[in-house]
Design a protein around this ligand. Structure first.
Ligand SMILES: Cc1ncc(COP(=O)(O)O)c(C=O)c1O
Length: 368
């Protein structure tokens, strides 16, 4: 398939003259800096933050490139992956004219960003076992379908999409295919970044918010062709990644073994939680997980959710979401947190005070 990036891009973005910041014009490190209206005396905090940060995060991208096996020019960094999602809409989708394809149940921000940007959404549901329907996806698309969002491992279902289905869509979908890999570090699946050389229409998103334990810093990554990354760089706010975030993540990358160790622990805890939850008579189904959470079917999930909150155990209620009826999404915690969840679940679902025996599900289906 030939992929024409220019016909995908909104015409006014192609012509846009980007903002040039003071740090764009002079990139040297030494000198008397009187170009950015900063405070020359330093900051009121112990650490100085008075200078604007590198707008293109060059040092950080060098290091990310090494661990992700891509070139620095193939990386966009955003204030969370959510910033990359929003910029993709702004770059490629003409409000009131273009559309994007979403595959529910999936991550909610694709729909919210489409709404903010006044872009039509075409939904093609996943199958009952949360797999893609490639032919239906192609049938739903037309010449105004600019982006297809595939989340794998998927939030909230936790499973991974079949690789061959994603490859089929990369070959046949005429717009940009975004593969959101926020949870890839918890999966045995290799990243789609290895396919960037083969597919100019591929953009892979990852984040430092999950496995790296840096959600509060807000750092998301997008990997794609140099041309697509340049477009995102031209329309992003000039200093979208704070200096503190750049420095902290740069140091964190030198400590990658610790991340690998945390991932191992989270996977061991995921195993523990699955094995213990299987034993609970009221748990109807645990969906297979390639992420750091479990999607669990429990009859009367709305009530269980409220009762858990009363026990100060907070999970995510997905009961109203398509294909997730009576499901709670439960993040894998530490051993102590997982034990607290299990005992709260036993209490709220098995309490002799609870006369609601319909929670005891006779036909348990547990898939791990
Ligand atoms: C699938 C998916 N993508 C992206 C994000 C957002 O990540 P970030 O914290 O980098 O904005 C999330 C957060 O929950 C997510 O589940």
């Amino acid at each position: 398939m030939s992929f024409d990036l220019n016909s995908l891009l909104r015409p006014h973005i192609a012509k846009l003259q980007p903002y040039t910041s003071a740090r764009d014009e002079y990139t040297g490190k030494d000198g008397v800096f009187l170009d950015a209206n900063e405070n020359p005396f330093g900051s009121i905090t112990a650490q100085d933050f008075n200078r604007y940060p590198d707008p293109y995060q060059s040092d950080l991208k060098e290091e990310i490139a090494k661990i992700k096996h891509v070139r620095p020019t193939q990386i966009f960094l955003g204030n969370g992956s959510d910033e990359a999602i929003d910029l993709l809409f702004r770059a490629f989708c003409n409000p009131g004219k273009d559309n994007v394809i979403l595959l529910p149940p999936t991550y909610g921000m694709y729909e919210v960003s489409a709404g903010i940007n006044d872009v039509e959404i075409r939904k093609v549901a996943l199958t009952d076992d949360f797999q893609l329907q490639p032919e239906k996806i192609l049938a739903a698309a037309d010449e105004h379908s600019k982006i297809l969002f595939i989340c794998s491992p998927n939030n909230p279902s936790a499973n991974k999409a079949k690789r061959e289905d994603i490859l089929f869509l990369l070959k046949n979908f005429k717009g940009l295919v975004v593969v959101d890999e926020a949870y890839i570090d918890f999966s045995d699946e290799p990243s789609f970044t290895t396919e960037l050389v083969n597919y100019p229409n591929l953009l892979v998103m990852q984040t430092f918010s999950k496995a790296w334990g840096l959600a509060s810093l807000r750092l998301g990554m997008a990997f794609s062709s140099e041309e697509i990354i340049q477009i995102l760089n031209r329309i992003k706010p000039p200093y979208n990644i704070s200096g503190l975030t750049q420095e902290t993540v740069l140091a964190a990358i030198q400590n990658k073994e610790k991340v690998d160790q945390m991932i191992k622990e989270i996977l061991a805890e995921r195993d523990f939680l699955q094995k213990e939850m299987v034993k609970l008579p009221f748990v109807q189904k645990i969906h297979p997980s390639h992420a750091n959470f479990l999607l669990v079917k429990i009859p009367k999930a709305n009530q269980v959710y409220d009762d858990l909150i009363a026990e100060k155990v907070i999970v995510r209620n997905r009961a109203k979401v398509l294909l997730c009826e009576d499901c709670l999404r439960i993040t894998v915690g530490t051993r102590a947190e997982n034990e607290a969840l299990l005992s709260a679940l036993r209490k709220v679902c098995e309490s002799p005070l609870s006369t609601d025996h319909s929670r005891q599900h006779p036909n348990k289906q547990v898939e791990i």
